[in-house]
Design a binder for this molecule. Structure first.
Ligand code: PLP
Length: 352
């Protein structure tokens, strides 16, 4: 956690005693913070990001909820990858949406299958995690990004790209964010949760100015003003002082070394027949056990023996992926990861 960085940023910002950041803020988020964020993203995404195309939110979860509130009506159909981020399924349920799963393969969303589906039904929007996917760890290659954006233009639907892991991996492994391939069709969700700290509760939507205006024109932001102006001001200082940059570099070094460590433990310990794709960023590894395995049934025994994971069906609107489990490699230090993998391998063998 960036304790020293946030102390330093707060010590820089709070003595400035700017009364405006203690008042209700502009709905879109303050101009200084959006400019600092645009500068940070432009440098790290490697493509230009405009302050006018950013709306500040209380994290990506809030961003997704806001997008659904403004763009969908109860009963609308949305498409999601199968599997997808399990908590997003809860947000869709809150909005009473019809969630239709789109198949994925080892390269991400299956754009051929999607095209066939679109010939029968065009969704209000498609929710996708194109980079270091939760739970699969997969990153959608450029060619598919182009196809996906092309399909959105051809059939006339919006893509909500949840790109919270964009900056968490090997730079060479993350293509440009999805908006690069279809700026008019894509809303990109980002968050400080994975690059600074989740307790900060700050994120953003990046999208075409018309969509950003439509999103900010909502009851919650009109009533409460822009999200967390004081926290925005502190994070502005973190960006201006280079603390966000240096923390991100440190976090990515830790993420990467834990990822490599987990991969080598899994390669050494797991019985033959358990498969996984090596991720190049993000937080997760998606294990595929033999088809007859039941990760749901294994969870309680796993937790009793001191290892935990998330079973596959919770990531699937149709409760698929019973023989899959998601492992998270970022929260524990190497020694705990080693112990966890040894216990996991024993658990799998005992359920073989
Ligand atoms: C794909 C994805 N989106 C959104 C979130 C939540 O982000 P936030 O903390 O910004 O709401 C997570 C957290 O795990 C996630 O994995």
């Amino acid at each position: 956690m960036p304790l020293a960085e946030l102390c330093q940023a707060a010590a820089h910002r709070l003595p400035i005693a700017d009364p405006s950041c203690y008042a209700y803020g502009p709905e879109q988020g303050g101009a200084e913070f959006r400019a600092d964020l645009a500068d940070f993203l432009t440098r790290h995404y490697g493509v230009p990001v405009q302050a006018g195309e950013l709306l500040i939110t209380a994290g990506a979860s809030h961003a997704l909820d806001l997008v659904l509130t403004r763009l969908c009506r109860p009963g609308d159909t949305i498409f999601v990858e199968d599997p997808t981020y399990f908590f997003a399924l809860g947000i869709f349920a809150d909005r009473h949406l019809r969630v239709v799963p789109v198949p994925t393969d080892p390269a991400g969303i299956d754009v051929d299958a999607l095209e066939l589906m679109l010939r029968t039904k065009v969704p209000r929007l498609l929710y996708t995690i194109p980079v270091f996917h939760n739970p699969t760890g997969v990153t959608l290659p450029e060619e598919r990004r182009r196809r996906l954006a092309g399909l959105a233009t051809e059939f006339g639907f919006l893509i909500v790209a949840d790109e919270v892991y964009q900056l968490t991996g090997d730079l060479a492994a993350a293509p440009a964010p999805l908006r690069t391939f279809g700026p008019g069709q894509v809303l990109s969700l980002g968050s400080f949760s994975k690059i600074l700290a989740p307790g900060i509760r700050l994120g953003w939507v990046e999208g075409p100015p018309d969509e950003i205006n439509a999103l900010q024109d909502c009851g919650v932001l009109r009533s409460g003003g822009g999200v967390a102006p004081v926290m925005c001001a502190i994070v502005s200082s973190a960006i201006q002082l280079g603390l966000q940059d240096s923390f991100l570099e440190r976090a990515c070094r830790i993420y990467s070394s834990r990822r490599q460590h987990m991969i080598s433990c899994l390669s050494r310990e797991l019985p033959a027949g358990v498969r996984f794709q090596v991720p190049h960023g993000g937080f997760y590894i998606w294990l595929e056990l033999p088809a007859s395995s039941d990760a749901v049934a294994m969870l309680a025994a796993g937790e009793a023996s001191g290892v935990s994971f998330r079973a596959g069906p919770s990531f699937s609107p149709g409760q698929n992926f019973r023989n899959f489990m998601r492992l998270c490699f970022v929260f524990n230090e190497e020694k705990k990861l080693t112990d966890g993998v040894v216990r996991l391998a024993e658990l799998i063998r005992s359920h073989w």
